[in-house]
Design a protein around this ligand. Structure first.
Ligand SMILES: [Zn+2]
Length: 812
């Protein structure tokens, strides 16, 4: 990277852009947005250019030779340019994970691509940088009307998403600039380079790519270049007051009053999440003044469903001061309640049924008033204050006792069962009927088979009877059993997370295969309510039956602490709550059966899943990327990547920590592990936990044997297992000599399948008689070969690596 690029980058950093409009009415804001959309190229600003360079974070763009045209200015500012010719992008990520991801997508750890055209949008000093390089090279302006006309047709379509981002800076008092480039390369087609300092990780390079029916955003690399300080969220929601009416046709009318606080000075635009199926009708502030808002602007209803998103942008008339509280009131309507047939409905839009400000970490107080058709029962997050009936509707009022990060409700033609244990009650709700998809599957007649004929055409067996399909079960049959088990699991999880934080847990059925945990409210798949026979008839394998009966309900209950009390900071930390919830779910399942048996079955299953080579020739799940990549693991190359890696490897990581923290000889082997989780649950209650913080908490309770690096650091573990990719393979080679002091076992432990720096404590056992094993000791495997030497009293028949499954590895 040359000095020139460095200085150009610095110039961009030092720029200080004044706001275009620090105060605007709703009408003026919309006019500004419309004029940004209407921007076209400036026919008088087209140049033949050579060797122009832009450095953005770790990415360098060169416009080697071609035609460059600038956008026409608006309010004296140029916000875009287009280029056609020969160009080049070079980026070398500094971080090993990002290098691994580039290699995963592109085959090399460096981004080095030629391109033939580029579309640039910006609020930084890109125009000035390009202009001064053009002036220095004495390139004259040219006239190229066809070039301008061709691009203007494209620009009309490309402008809208950038108009909103530019508006964000133009109405802010202290703009935080951004840069965007879409370039087209012959090898990899169109990809994008974004440097947006408002984002947690400002530099992002990736592309939209389809796989099957779905389309994904493949993030090749994302990072925070060290010269950019994090901006942090501009606003934080403190309180929500939501009133929602569910109408008999399952449509919804709602209003939300959000009290928020400005955590950063000078910002005017709030970015909220609201289902695209709900249309905002009005937005106003506390004085009743109308606020400008943008929601899938310019898309009609069909387009909105197809390519819209759930972003809702509201613009305040002026920027609140830092620390200032303000309210925004929104009214909206649409359809977010889905009908699963056979009288079963559910909230299809999970967390997007109301406008929500901020991410997983933003805990707030909620006041919910809900109205719904009286034929249904309704359960919601929070404590129910009252419920009443009027005409064809019922009305209920809920208020949260503790802050929550998301509010939800569920409704149906429910039967319910309640179990109270001490001060906590569990109420389980299930529909009387099965949703249509499952109902028809269970009701389908047995396949029609003719009689079995012999070689001469004579029947040897009569046709199978048609009457053996049993009547479908009702999900309500399982209520008693589930309520008892869930109540028991609450007690069980208190060992690790402290007392259950609420007075009541409502468990409600949801059609389909997914579940969710809201504070005080669970969504559980219908499949978890079915007896084994019905699960089998519905086509579930043995492993899936166990998944829905033994694991899912308790995984979701564990989220009441791990997810609903202890939040996660960014996508890089989401694995923690999933992994802990899943592991504790398995420990509970274990506690109801033969100890360790269930857990070991699942660990073996997860290990096989991680190393299974997919038929399409793509990488095995273990090779997709580290746990810390979170939802980036789901992409066009691995559409189920998150599920495949996070649950299996995450569960193993928590298991390995528990095994490492065990103290042989102590009364409670797991005291340190339990203390670790209890400390985290108390210390990070109602806020976000990061991976680094988890590492520090493990370091606080680590045993001397865990200190492989020296200096009480668990860096080795987190680098290998959380921020690293791969599963080690082990092979033992050894010889035995009988000496005076016993049998001398000398050998080498070979480690493969992981990066060179991978370190792991590997327990080595000797089998001295069939089924009889003794621990020789732990070999700290590092690099490809680690020699070892043990003395044993008896001659080993063979050596076995980790027979008790304390380490995620493959034995060769
Ligand atoms: Zn989960």
């Amino acid at each position: 990277m040359g000095f020139r690029g460095f200085w150009v980058g610095l110039a961009a950093l030092l720029c200080c852009v004044a706001p275009v409009r620090a105060q605007t009415s709703a009408k003026e804001t919309h006019e500004l947005y419309d004029s940004l959309n209407a921007l076209r190229l400036n026919p008088a600003a087209v140049f033949n250019v050579r060797q122009l360079e832009l450095q953005r974070g770790d990415a360098r763009m060169s416009l080697e030779e071609g035609t460059l045209a600038f956008y026409a200015p608006l309010h004296g500012r140029v916000t875009g340019a287009v280029f056609a010719g020969t160009g080049h992008v070079l980026s070398v990520p500094r971080d090993a994970v990002e290098k691994q991801q580039l290699a995963h997508f592109l085959g090399t750890a460096i981004l080095d691509q030629e391109f033939q055209w580029a579309y640039l949008r910006f609020t930084d000093r890109t125009a000035e940088e390009l202009r001064s390089q053009i002036r220095a090279s004495d390139s004259p302006a040219i006239s190229d009307a066809p070039f301008v006309a061709r691009w203007n047709a494209e620009i009309e379509r490309l402008n809208p998403p950038h108009s909103l981002r530019i508006l964000l800076d133009w109405v802010a008092q202290k703009p935080i600039p951004y840069f965007f480039a879409a370039v087209n390369s012959p090898q990899v087609e169109t990809f994008e380079i974004t440097l947006d300092q408002r984002r947690d990780e400002p530099l992002m390079i990736g592309q939209v790519r389809a796989s099957g029916e779905a389309s994904y955003y493949d993030v090749w690399t994302a990072s925070r270049p060290r010269e950019f300080a994090p901006a942090g969220p501009a606003f934080r929601a403190l309180r929500y007051a939501i009133e929602t009416k569910v109408l008999p046709d399952n449509s919804l009318e709602g209003s939300a009053t959000i009290t928020a606080r400005a955590d950063r000075e000078g910002e005017r635009m709030l970015v909220l999440e609201l289902s695209r199926a709900l249309s905002v009708e009005s937005a106003g502030d506390s004085s009743g003044e109308e606020l400008a808002f943008f929601q899938n602007e310019g898309l009609n209803k069909r387009e909105r469903n197809r390519r819209g998103n759930n972003a809702l942008v509201v613009v305040l008339p002026r920027a609140p001061n830092r620390g200032e509280e303000f309210t925004v009131r929104l009214e909206y309507s649409g359809s977010v309640i889905s009908d699963a047939g056979n009288g079963v409905v559910y909230v299809g839009e999970h967390g997007a049924w109301y406008p929500r400000l901020g991410a997983s970490e933003s805990f707030a107080d909620y006041d919910l008033t809900l109205h719904w058709p009286r034929k249904f029962r309704l359960v919601a997050t929070g404590t129910k204050i009252n419920e009443s009936e009027e005409g064809d509707f019922r009305t209920g009022h809920w208020r949260t006792e503790k802050p929550i990060s998301v509010a939800g409700f569920n409704l149906g033609d429910y039967l319910s069962v309640s179990v109270t244990d001490g001060s906590t009650s569990v109420e389980v709700y299930a529909n009387r009927q099965l949703e249509e998809a499952l109902n028809s599957r269970l009701n389908a007649p047995a396949p029609l088979l003719g009689p079995v004929l012999n070689s001469r055409g004579r029947p040897v067996l009569p046709p199978p009877s048609m009457s053996h399909s049993a009547s479908p079960p009702s999900p309500a049959d399982a209520l008693q059993h589930l309520a008892r088990e869930i109540s028991a699991s609450l007690r069980f999880f208190e060992t690790f997370g402290g007392p259950f934080p609420l007075r009541q847990l409502n468990v409600s059925q949801i059609p389909g295969t997914s579940g969710q945990s809201w504070p005080g409210l669970l969504y559980l798949s219908t499949l978890s309510f079915l007896p084994a026979g019905a699960q089998h008839r519905a086509g579930l394998s043995q492993a899936f039956q166990e998944h829905f009966s033994e694991l899912v309900p308790y995984h979701e209950v564990a989220h009441q602490w791990w997810g609903d009390v202890v939040g996660w900071r960014s996508y890089r930390d989401q694995w923690i709550d999933e992994a802990i919830a899943n592991y504790l779910g398995l420990l509970f399942a274990d506690s109801r059966k033969i100890p360790e048996h269930t857990l070991h079955d699942w660990l073996a299953r997860y290990r096989s899943q991680l190393i299974a080579q997919p038929a399409n020739g793509e990488a095995a799940p273990a090779e997709l990327g580290p746990l810390s990549l979170g939802n980036r693991l789901t992409n066009s190359k691995s559409p189920a990547g998150f599920e495949q890696v996070i649950y299996s490897k995450g569960t193993w990581v928590i298991h390995m920590l528990r095994m490492l923290l065990r103290q042989p000889g102590s009364k409670n082997l797991d005291e340190r592990f339990n203390e670790l989780l209890r400390t985290i649950a108390a210390k990070y209650a109602y806020r976000a936990l990061t991976t680094d913080e988890l590492q520090r908490e493990v370091e606080a309770v680590m045993t001397p044997a865990m200190d492989l690096d020296g200096g009480r650091s668990m860096e080795w573990f987190f680098e290998d297992w959380v921020r690293g990719t791969g599963i080690p393979h082990y092979k033992v080679e050894y010889n035995v000599k009988h000496g005076e002091s016993g049998f001398q076992i000398r050998g080498t432990l070979r480690q493969g399948g992981v990066p060179h720096g991978f370190v792991a404590p590997v327990p080595l056992y000797a089998e001295i008689a069939p089924g009889q094993r003794v621990l020789l000791g732990t070999v700290i495997a590092s690099g490809e070969e680690t020699p070892f030497h043990f003395t044993a009293a008896a001659a080993p028949r063979k050596l076995i690596v980790d027979p008790h499954m304390t380490l995620l590895c493959v034995r060769e």
